[in-house]
Write a protein that binds this ligand. Sequence first.
Ligand code: ATP
Ligand code: AH0
Length: 353
Amino acid sequence: MISYKVIGVMSGTSLDGIDLAYIHFQKEAQWSFKILEAETIPYAKTLENKLREAIHYEKEKLAECDTSYTKYLAETIQSFIKKHKITEIDAVCSHGHTILHQPENGITYQIGNQEILASLIQQKVVCDFRVQDVKLGGQGAPLVPIGDELLFPEYDYCLNLGGFANVSFHKDGKRIAYDICPVNIVLNKYAKQLGFAYDDKGNLAKSGTYLLALGSELSNIPYYKQQPPKSLGLEWVQKEIFPRLEASRRKEIDLLRTFTDHIALQIARNFKIRTKILVTGGGAYNDYLLAKIKFYKEVNLVKPADELIEYKEAVIFGFLGILRLRDEVNCLKSVTGATKNHSSGKIYNLKVN
Ligand SMILES: Nc1ncnc2c1ncn2[C@@H]1O[C@H](COP(=O)(O)OP(=O)(O)OP(=O)(O)O)[C@@H](O)[C@H]1O
Ligand SMILES: CC(=O)N[C@H]1[C@@H]2OC[C@@H](O2)[C@@H](O)[C@@H]1O[C@H](C)C(=O)O
């Protein structure tokens, strides 16, 4: 039987921290996995702010930031290995942190993917999964859908509610996937202005008032009518979303309500009635948002165990690394729009001196 033990490492767009998962993957007729250990290491406030600011850095400062973040990642991975007494590791498969994502300009840039990572942690590393896809004319995102396809075939849709909402599903014999709209990247901002890290269970939104004019203005944003492949980044949110919310000059609580309803509506539009949907990402804990999705479309939203809600992306980046090591396809052209299916990611082997 084919068997791999890997560490998947992901830093999501909501900037809550670094997700690490130690997973055992096996393949008989089909791939299966078991999460053996998982942990999120929250970012210190200073680092969180730095990562948020890095988009504005000049080239040199960004390169410095890349090196210091790679070192920070190395320390984090090493502590995880030590703490959980992990001895068998085939590879550490790491996403890094997205700073720039403008696939239309041929740019996607994740920091933390420097070659020194392998020597610092003394492990084989697979990383930098997005760049090759953008070079091949793809969006470089989302990459998780190949994992959805091979690890969760029993669901009609896989919905992830992280910084952004993304969905993946099977249609006309191929996997389709795209980012739907921003989620926590927006909700966290207004929850923070009210003194909370996030809108727990969506209770703040629930107590706000829906702003009809703003809601319909948001729904008219052209991206929502665009056909996939398509993906979103922070730059888009700063251009299309925040200015509209700020210009309305309304209370944070009402912005939270309006934007949460907006998210629910945009998400619900993607589903066929009475389908089975795997919901993951921290937004799966937003009860108000989930109830609102079901209000807009009668669907079966399945919340898996907390471990999978929180670590699905880290698990799948571990899986992408395995596919890369096996030289098997881990980027689907039907999803990203690249010119071909391909096996993406840099492999840094440990150099034996
Ligand atoms: N109890 C809760 N109620 C509502 N929202 C929650 C709750 N717990 C976590 N969240 C939200 O989930 C976010 C973290 O989600 P997650 O870790 O999936 O995002 P991410 O991995 O950073 O994003 P992405 O998948 O877009 O890269 C938190 O910042 C918060 O907004
Ligand atoms: C460029 C980038 O980092 N994109 C992330 C981001 O966060 C969510 C969404 O936007 C998704 O497109 C992607 O991550 C997931 C894990 C993916 O590639 O499947």
